[in-house]
Design a protein around this ligand. Structure first.
Ligand code: BTN
Length: 267
Protein backbone atom coordinates (compact mmCIF):
# COMPACT_ATOMS: atom_id res chain seq x y z
CA UNK A 1 0.00 0.00 0.00
CA UNK A 2 1.37 3.41 -0.93
CA UNK A 3 0.18 6.77 0.26
CA UNK A 4 2.67 8.75 -1.82
CA UNK A 5 4.59 11.00 0.60
CA UNK A 6 2.10 10.47 3.44
CA UNK A 7 3.96 8.50 6.09
CA UNK A 8 1.54 6.69 8.48
CA UNK A 9 4.16 5.78 11.15
CA UNK A 10 5.34 9.41 11.31
CA UNK A 11 1.79 10.66 11.95
CA UNK A 12 0.90 7.80 14.33
CA UNK A 13 4.06 8.26 16.39
CA UNK A 14 3.44 11.99 16.69
CA UNK A 15 -0.10 11.41 17.91
CA UNK A 16 0.05 8.30 20.08
CA UNK A 17 -0.20 10.24 23.35
CA UNK A 18 -2.95 12.45 22.03
CA UNK A 19 -6.73 12.41 22.14
CA UNK A 20 -7.17 13.43 18.52
CA UNK A 21 -5.43 10.92 16.28
CA UNK A 22 -4.86 8.15 18.79
CA UNK A 23 -6.46 6.05 16.08
CA UNK A 24 -5.66 7.02 12.51
CA UNK A 25 -7.05 5.23 9.44
CA UNK A 26 -5.20 5.69 6.14
CA UNK A 27 -6.65 5.13 2.68
CA UNK A 28 -4.82 5.24 -0.64
CA UNK A 29 -8.17 6.19 -2.15
CA UNK A 30 -11.68 6.40 -0.78
CA UNK A 31 -15.00 7.99 -1.69
CA UNK A 32 -14.81 10.74 0.97
CA UNK A 33 -13.05 10.79 4.33
CA UNK A 34 -16.20 12.39 5.80
CA UNK A 35 -18.13 9.32 4.62
CA UNK A 36 -15.45 7.04 6.14
CA UNK A 37 -15.87 8.86 9.45
CA UNK A 38 -19.66 8.65 9.20
CA UNK A 39 -19.56 4.87 8.65
CA UNK A 40 -17.11 4.53 11.54
CA UNK A 41 -19.37 6.66 13.76
CA UNK A 42 -22.23 4.23 13.13
CA UNK A 43 -19.87 1.32 13.95
CA UNK A 44 -18.97 2.96 17.28
CA UNK A 45 -15.53 4.42 16.46
CA UNK A 46 -13.83 6.39 19.23
CA UNK A 47 -13.76 10.13 19.83
CA UNK A 48 -10.76 11.60 18.04
CA UNK A 49 -10.50 8.94 15.31
CA UNK A 50 -8.87 10.39 12.21
CA UNK A 51 -9.37 9.37 8.57
CA UNK A 52 -6.78 10.38 5.97
CA UNK A 53 -6.81 9.66 2.24
CA UNK A 54 -4.31 10.21 -0.53
CA UNK A 55 -7.21 10.80 -2.94
CA UNK A 56 -11.01 10.89 -2.92
CA UNK A 57 -13.44 9.92 -5.67
CA UNK A 58 -16.38 11.80 -4.10
CA UNK A 59 -14.67 14.64 -2.24
CA UNK A 60 -17.46 16.80 -0.88
CA UNK A 61 -17.48 20.54 -0.31
CA UNK A 62 -19.96 22.89 1.32
CA UNK A 63 -23.35 23.59 -0.30
CA UNK A 64 -23.33 20.25 -2.16
CA UNK A 65 -20.26 21.17 -4.18
CA UNK A 66 -17.46 18.74 -4.95
CA UNK A 67 -13.92 19.15 -3.58
CA UNK A 68 -10.95 18.78 -5.90
CA UNK A 69 -9.19 15.68 -4.52
CA UNK A 70 -6.20 15.20 -6.82
CA UNK A 71 -4.17 12.09 -5.86
CA UNK A 72 -0.78 12.69 -4.17
CA UNK A 73 -1.49 16.41 -3.84
CA UNK A 74 -3.81 17.41 -1.02
CA UNK A 75 -4.59 16.71 2.58
CA UNK A 76 -8.00 15.02 2.75
CA UNK A 77 -8.70 14.41 6.41
CA UNK A 78 -11.71 13.96 8.68
CA UNK A 79 -11.95 13.75 12.45
CA UNK A 80 -14.76 12.05 14.33
CA UNK A 81 -15.54 13.93 17.54
CA UNK A 82 -17.75 12.86 20.42
CA UNK A 83 -16.97 15.88 22.57
CA UNK A 84 -17.98 16.42 26.18
CA UNK A 85 -20.08 19.40 25.16
CA UNK A 86 -23.75 20.27 25.46
CA UNK A 87 -25.48 19.84 22.10
CA UNK A 88 -26.27 23.57 21.93
CA UNK A 89 -22.54 24.37 22.09
CA UNK A 90 -21.68 22.08 19.17
CA UNK A 91 -21.93 24.73 16.44
CA UNK A 92 -18.90 26.39 18.06
CA UNK A 93 -16.79 23.43 16.95
CA UNK A 94 -17.14 24.45 13.32
CA UNK A 95 -14.84 27.45 13.92
CA UNK A 96 -11.98 25.27 15.17
CA UNK A 97 -10.72 23.43 12.04
CA UNK A 98 -10.15 26.58 9.94
CA UNK A 99 -8.29 28.23 12.80
CA UNK A 100 -6.26 25.07 13.47
CA UNK A 101 -5.37 24.95 9.76
CA UNK A 102 -4.28 28.62 9.68
CA UNK A 103 -2.09 28.15 12.74
CA UNK A 104 -0.53 24.95 11.37
CA UNK A 105 0.01 26.29 7.84
CA UNK A 106 1.54 29.57 9.00
CA UNK A 107 3.85 27.83 11.43
CA UNK A 108 4.96 25.02 9.09
CA UNK A 109 5.15 26.96 5.80
CA UNK A 110 6.15 30.39 7.12
CA UNK A 111 3.26 32.18 5.37
CA UNK A 112 0.45 34.50 6.45
CA UNK A 113 -2.71 32.59 5.54
CA UNK A 114 -5.94 34.25 6.67
CA UNK A 115 -9.41 33.10 7.68
CA UNK A 116 -12.58 34.02 5.83
CA UNK A 117 -15.72 33.38 7.87
CA UNK A 118 -16.99 30.80 8.50
CA UNK A 119 -14.03 28.51 7.78
CA UNK A 120 -12.19 29.13 4.53
CA UNK A 121 -8.45 29.66 4.58
CA UNK A 122 -7.02 32.04 1.99
CA UNK A 123 -3.45 32.68 0.98
CA UNK A 124 -2.68 35.69 -1.22
CA UNK A 125 -6.43 36.06 -1.80
CA UNK A 126 -7.04 32.49 -3.02
CA UNK A 127 -8.45 29.47 -1.22
CA UNK A 128 -6.00 26.86 0.04
CA UNK A 129 -8.21 25.09 2.56
CA UNK A 130 -11.89 24.36 3.17
CA UNK A 131 -13.84 22.76 6.00
CA UNK A 132 -16.99 20.63 5.94
CA UNK A 133 -18.43 19.98 9.41
CA UNK A 134 -21.33 17.55 9.78
CA UNK A 135 -23.39 16.82 12.88
CA UNK A 136 -24.83 13.33 13.52
CA UNK A 137 -27.44 12.56 16.09
CA UNK A 138 -29.21 9.33 15.08
CA UNK A 139 -31.41 9.27 18.14
CA UNK A 140 -32.24 12.39 20.18
CA UNK A 141 -31.44 10.54 23.44
CA UNK A 142 -28.30 8.99 22.07
CA UNK A 143 -24.74 10.30 21.99
CA UNK A 144 -24.00 12.52 19.06
CA UNK A 145 -21.01 12.90 16.80
CA UNK A 146 -19.46 15.64 14.78
CA UNK A 147 -17.33 15.03 11.76
CA UNK A 148 -14.97 17.77 10.74
CA UNK A 149 -13.51 17.31 7.28
CA UNK A 150 -10.67 19.43 6.03
CA UNK A 151 -9.10 19.73 2.62
CA UNK A 152 -5.76 21.52 2.21
CA UNK A 153 -4.23 22.15 -1.22
CA UNK A 154 -0.57 21.25 -0.81
CA UNK A 155 1.21 19.86 -3.91
CA UNK A 156 -1.34 20.87 -6.58
CA UNK A 157 0.16 22.60 -9.62
CA UNK A 158 -1.48 25.32 -11.70
CA UNK A 159 -2.68 22.75 -14.26
CA UNK A 160 -4.80 21.00 -11.62
CA UNK A 161 -6.71 24.22 -10.89
CA UNK A 162 -6.88 25.27 -14.56
CA UNK A 163 -8.43 21.94 -15.57
CA UNK A 164 -10.95 22.12 -12.69
CA UNK A 165 -11.96 25.69 -13.61
CA UNK A 166 -10.63 26.95 -10.26
CA UNK A 167 -7.66 29.00 -11.48
CA UNK A 168 -9.08 32.33 -10.25
CA UNK A 169 -10.18 31.12 -6.82
CA UNK A 170 -7.86 28.36 -5.60
CA UNK A 171 -4.16 27.83 -5.08
CA UNK A 172 -1.81 25.47 -3.25
CA UNK A 173 0.92 25.81 -0.66
CA UNK A 174 3.60 24.60 -3.10
CA UNK A 175 2.53 27.20 -5.70
CA UNK A 176 2.48 30.05 -3.19
CA UNK A 177 5.73 29.18 -1.40
CA UNK A 178 7.65 27.91 -4.43
CA UNK A 179 8.92 24.87 -2.49
CA UNK A 180 7.44 21.41 -1.88
CA UNK A 181 5.74 21.37 1.52
CA UNK A 182 5.54 18.36 3.81
CA UNK A 183 2.08 16.81 4.22
CA UNK A 184 3.12 14.77 7.29
CA UNK A 185 4.32 17.78 9.24
CA UNK A 186 1.26 19.77 8.19
CA UNK A 187 -1.11 16.98 9.26
CA UNK A 188 0.61 16.56 12.64
CA UNK A 189 0.63 20.32 13.28
CA UNK A 190 -3.04 20.58 12.31
CA UNK A 191 -4.07 17.73 14.64
CA UNK A 192 -2.07 19.27 17.47
CA UNK A 193 -3.74 22.66 17.00
CA UNK A 194 -7.17 20.98 16.86
CA UNK A 195 -6.48 19.23 20.13
CA UNK A 196 -5.45 22.49 21.84
CA UNK A 197 -8.45 24.43 20.50
CA UNK A 198 -10.93 21.69 21.40
CA UNK A 199 -9.51 21.61 24.94
CA UNK A 200 -10.15 25.37 25.19
CA UNK A 201 -13.73 24.87 24.04
CA UNK A 202 -14.58 22.03 26.44
CA UNK A 203 -13.02 23.90 29.37
CA UNK A 204 -15.25 26.90 28.66
CA UNK A 205 -12.53 29.13 27.27
CA UNK A 206 -14.19 29.71 23.92
CA UNK A 207 -13.49 33.45 24.22
CA UNK A 208 -9.77 32.63 23.75
CA UNK A 209 -10.61 30.74 20.56
CA UNK A 210 -12.64 33.71 19.31
CA UNK A 211 -9.84 36.16 20.10
CA UNK A 212 -7.34 34.03 18.18
CA UNK A 213 -9.80 33.52 15.33
CA UNK A 214 -10.39 37.27 14.94
CA UNK A 215 -6.65 37.99 14.98
CA UNK A 216 -6.21 35.75 11.90
CA UNK A 217 -9.11 37.20 9.94
CA UNK A 218 -8.82 40.25 7.68
CA UNK A 219 -12.47 40.75 6.79
CA UNK A 220 -13.57 42.80 9.79
CA UNK A 221 -14.22 46.46 9.07
CA UNK A 222 -14.58 45.63 5.37
CA UNK A 223 -17.58 45.56 3.04
CA UNK A 224 -18.65 42.01 2.27
CA UNK A 225 -21.48 40.02 0.71
CA UNK A 226 -23.06 37.12 2.57
CA UNK A 227 -25.14 34.57 0.65
CA UNK A 228 -27.59 32.09 2.09
CA UNK A 229 -29.03 30.11 -0.80
CA UNK A 230 -30.57 32.67 -3.15
CA UNK A 231 -30.65 35.44 -0.53
CA UNK A 232 -27.79 37.90 -0.40
CA UNK A 233 -26.91 40.44 2.29
CA UNK A 234 -24.44 43.26 1.86
CA UNK A 235 -22.78 45.19 4.62
CA UNK A 236 -19.74 45.75 6.75
CA UNK A 237 -18.38 42.75 8.69
CA UNK A 238 -18.13 43.97 12.27
CA UNK A 239 -16.82 40.89 14.07
CA UNK A 240 -18.08 37.73 15.78
CA UNK A 241 -20.48 37.46 18.70
CA UNK A 242 -19.68 35.22 21.67
CA UNK A 243 -21.15 32.18 19.85
CA UNK A 244 -18.98 32.70 16.76
CA UNK A 245 -21.82 34.14 14.67
CA UNK A 246 -20.89 36.79 12.13
CA UNK A 247 -22.10 40.33 12.84
CA UNK A 248 -22.94 42.27 9.71
CA UNK A 249 -23.86 45.96 9.65
CA UNK A 250 -26.46 46.01 6.91
CA UNK A 251 -27.64 49.59 7.38
CA UNK A 252 -27.45 52.56 9.67
CA UNK A 253 -27.98 51.24 13.20
CA UNK A 254 -28.89 47.83 11.80
CA UNK A 255 -26.75 44.82 12.66
CA UNK A 256 -27.64 41.27 11.71
CA UNK A 257 -26.12 38.08 13.09
CA UNK A 258 -25.48 34.99 10.93
CA UNK A 259 -24.70 31.44 11.98
CA UNK A 260 -24.11 30.21 8.42
CA UNK A 261 -23.58 31.43 4.90
CA UNK A 262 -20.91 32.09 2.35
CA UNK A 263 -18.99 35.36 2.43
CA UNK A 264 -17.27 37.25 -0.34
CA UNK A 265 -15.00 40.20 0.21
CA UNK A 266 -15.66 43.20 -2.04
CA UNK A 267 -12.71 43.76 -4.38
C1 BTN B 1 -15.48 23.53 1.28
O1 BTN B 1 -16.36 23.46 0.43
O2 BTN B 1 -14.78 24.53 1.42
C2 BTN B 1 -15.25 22.36 2.21
C3 BTN B 1 -14.31 21.36 1.62
C4 BTN B 1 -14.03 20.19 2.55
C5 BTN B 1 -13.19 19.13 1.86
C6 BTN B 1 -12.77 18.04 2.79
S1 BTN B 1 -11.57 16.96 2.06
C7 BTN B 1 -11.73 15.87 3.41
C8 BTN B 1 -13.20 15.80 3.75
N1 BTN B 1 -13.86 14.82 2.92
C9 BTN B 1 -14.71 15.37 2.08
O3 BTN B 1 -15.39 14.75 1.24
N2 BTN B 1 -14.76 16.69 2.27
C10 BTN B 1 -13.86 17.12 3.30
Amino acid sequence: MTFSDIDPPFIENMRNQAEIGREVYFFESTDSTNLCAERAFVDGAKHGSVFIANSQSLGRGRFGRSWLSTPDAGIYLSILLRPALAKEDCPKISLLPGLAAVLAINEVCGVQAKLKWPNDVLLNGKKICGVLSEFFCPDPDDSYGIIVGIGINVHHNQGHFDRAGLADVATSLDIETGVPQNRNILISAFLEEMETLLALLVTEKFEQVLKLWKSHCEMFGKDITLSQGTTTYKGKALGLDNQGNLLLETGENKTMSFSSGETTLKK
